[in-house]
Ligand binder design. Structure first.
Ligand SMILES: O=C(O)c1cc(=O)[nH]c(=O)n1[C@@H]1O[C@H](COP(=O)(O)O)[C@@H](O)[C@H]1O
Length: 276
């Protein structure tokens, strides 16, 4: 999917919501356990109930890998029922030496047909660039993450050409030479909205994937106010708050209500904060 197609979808749906399919067998409603493939059945109903309210789905691969080969089948079946015009993110946080990254890219882009994959920048350019060689596919590079441990490395100071930067700022600056705003996005946690203005100075045009609203407590309004650019430039992810809105038979209906509430806020923020 191209950036233009993504922006068109955002305008059409008045939404920049990404729903995280972090489908946990221990949290899904009990009555689904009688199905042959409970993970898929849960996802299928969530997708059917929410597809008009969101622009992206992000299955976190760990929730599928944990089930071995059966989990990979549930994941593929899930991808097959996501409507074509919705952006898909493999939240796999990969990255390895070049020839290995190339195989990860083939697995997620060629075999599974995801639009994008989350990638860790720690191993540098040759670990990331193999993912950038696929037309209309995207790398979503971890920059400033939402978890408490982000302070351990991402906020360390590094001095480069006499100037001091946070390590995550160097990730944003240097990686712009590897790809463009047409094939790279950055992960920025909603729990660190205090850095978003600075991030927008460094990457004014790129899309940001923003996890951390909902269950992790980040503010949708703040990230929208400080992070939105002229093509919206935001995909705000929410998983648990939406997909586990109810643990009963009405789970899909309640997920829709939770997604609708977020979409209505997003509609308002698009009116208020999208630069003309
Ligand atoms: O790459 C991610 O998506 C990610 C990065 C990050 O900094 N923080 C973060 O929570 N995530 C993912 O975003 C999802 C958050 O889910 P909820 O907290 O339930 O909305 C999980 O799948 C996390 O793995």
């Amino acid at each position: 999917m191209t950036r233009q197609q993504l922006f068109e979808q955002i305008q059409r749906k008045r939404s920049y919501l990404c729903i995280g399919l972090d489908t946990d067998i221990k949290k899904i409603p009990q009555h689904l356990l009688q199905h042959d493939d409970p993970l898929f059945e849960f996802n299928r109903q969530i997708i059917e109930a929410t597809a008009d309210l969101c622009v992206a789905y992000k299955p976190n691969i760990a929730f599928y890998e944990a089930h071995g080969p059966k989990g990979w089948v549930s994941l593929q079946k899930t991808l097959d029922v996501i409507p074509q015009d919705i952006f898909t993110i493999a939240d796999a946080k990969r990255g390895d030496i070049g020839n290995t990254s190339e195989l990860y890219a083939r697995a997620f882009f060629d075999q599974m047909n995801f639009d994008s994959i989350t990638v860790a920048p720690y191993m540098g350019i040759d670990s990331v660039s193999p993912f950038l060689n696929f037309p209309n596919k995207w790398v979503i590079l971890l920059a400033l993450t939402s978890n408490p441990g982000h302070e351990d490395f991402q906020l360390l100071s590094v001095v480069s050409e006499g100037k001091s930067y946070f390590l995550f700022e160097k990730v944003l600056l240097n990686s712009q030479e590897w790809g463009s705003a047409e094939n790279m996005m950055y992960v920025v946690g909603a729990t660190r909205c205090d850095y978003v203005e600075r991030i927008r100075e460094l990457v004014p045009d790129h899309f940001l994937l923003v996890p951390g609203v909902g269950a992790q407590g980040g503010s949708l309004e703040e990230i929208s106010k400080y992070g939105m650019n002229k093509e919206c430039g935001l995909l705000v992810n929410s998983a648990r708050q939406i997909i586990y809105a109810s643990s009963g038979e009405d789970f899909a209906e309640k997920a829709r209500e939770a997604a609708l509430q977020v979409q209505q806020e997003m509609d308002r923020f698009l009116n208020e904060y999208l630069p003309i």
